[in-house]
Design a protein around this ligand. Structure first.
Ligand code: IPM
Ligand code: MN
Length: 371
């Protein structure tokens, strides 16, 4: 199979984690006889520094013509603390979502037994947690009319949803539930918001088309609590843009490390794959960031282009590293391995180069491969 992949390394630790993913994709291509062609593009603070724009037109153009996009991270502290900055890195990502009509953000939340001790929740509550959040990504308060008066004493952000916007993401969520444990929870604030009442109405109507899926509804404040109290109850969570932003970050800490979680943003054409962590400026360039969020995003990318066997192998390799204690500093602050070493180990696993007895000494010395 031949595919064109746009790579946007982005800001902070984006480049170093994304490079591990590209190595892993190359190992997969080699092993299974595929060719992946990469085109590197700019977005975020990096793009502002180099071109003045957080999302140059060439990047949009290249993404529109690609089969998939692999993205690292966005954001830089110099913009975070300056609310008056006119140009911000995040504008690049928001514009890309809109330009490509990436209307659904999909974030799976799973846990790994070897990391249970790192979770802020009790092990008995997180064993077997496995759910996925479908967040609407191109509507709602993020994209409504924004206003601020001249005196800077009044500001507003409109939250607007149309039936069509609700339906297209909901269909994806329903179909995912059909492939999973057949339960869909709509998270909204229908006791207060008109947009939420529209979501509820549309989803209730659609439920008839998916009779095998059990649908329930939770107010977002209650959902925030339930995700902590009993995360096992969830299978597919469907929600609007802003609620999804917040609860998906909340859910991401259940696994024990934010660095592990992948995401996909999909629409009708090319889709974008990125770890859910941010640009982690303090770790930039130190080769200590966890590359697994990015590598697992590549697994989602492989699934998306129909390479499911390949995706499964990447996930197996990731589990193998975790089970054998090959982890980055966020997981074990004493016995940790470098970002690039984890990337190499996963490539070795994919390429079948793991001998029975792993020579830990060589790995610690960073001798590229483990044999
Ligand atoms: C995310 C991020 C973005 C969002 C920011 C960077 C604009 O937090 O992907 O969840 O709020 O959607
Ligand atoms: Mn977010």
């Amino acid at each position: 199979m031949e595919k064109n992949i746009v790579v946007i390394e982005g800001d902070g630790i984006g480049p170093e984690v994304t490079r591990q993913s590209v190595k892993v994709l190359n190992a997969i291509a080699e092993q299974f006889g595929h060719s992946f062609h990469y085109k590197y593009c700019l977005m975020g603070a990096d793009a502002i520094d180099k071109t003045g724009s957080p999302l140059p037109d060439e990047t949009i153009e290249a993404c529109l013509n690609s089969d998939a996009i692999l993205f690292g991270a966005i954001g830089h502290p110099k913009y975070d603390n300056d609310p008056s900055a006119k140009v911000r890195p995040e504008q690049g990502l928001l514009k890309l979502r809109k330009s490509l009509q990436l209307f659904a953000n999909i974030r799976p939340v799973t846990t790994y037994p070897s990391l249970h001790h790192l979770s802020p929740l009790k092990t008995k509550n997180i064993e077997g947690v496995d759910f996925v959040i479908f967040r609407e990504l191109t509507g709602g308060i993020y994209f409504g009319k924004k206003e601020v008066n001249e005196e800077n004493t009044r500001a507003s952000d409109d939250c607007v949803y149309t039936r069509e916007e609700i339906e297209r993401v909901s269909h994806l969520a329903f179909r995912s539930a059909q492939q999973r444990r057949k339960k869909l929870t709509l998270v909204d604030k229908a006791n207060v918001l008109e947009t939420s009442r529209l979501w509820r109405k549309v989803v209730q109507e659609m439920a008839g088309q998916y009779p095998d899926v059990a649908v329930d509804f939770l107010f977002v404040d209650n959902a925030a609590m339930q995700i902590i109290l009993n995360p096992k109850q969830f299978d597919v969570i469907l929600t609007e843009n802003m609620f999804g932003d917040i609860i998906s970050d909340e859910a991401s800490v259940i696994s024990g490390s934010l660095g592990l979680l992948p995401s996909a943003s999909v629409g009708n054409g090319s889709a974008l794959f990125e770890p859910i962590h941010g640009s982690y400026p303090q770790a930039t360039g130190k080769d200590i960031a966890n590359p697994l969020g990015s590598i697992l995003s590549s697994a989602m990318l492989l699934d998306y282009i129909g390479l499911t066997k390949e995706a499964a192998l990447v996930r197996e390799a990731v589990e193998w590293t975790l089970q054998n204690g090959f982890v980055t500093k966020d997981i074990d602050s004493i016995n940790f391995y470098f970002t690039s070493t984890i990337g190499e180990l996963i490539c070795d696993y994919v390429a079948n180069r793991i001998p029975d007895g792993v020579n830990q000494h060589n790995i610690e010395l960073r001798k590229s491969t483990i044999i």
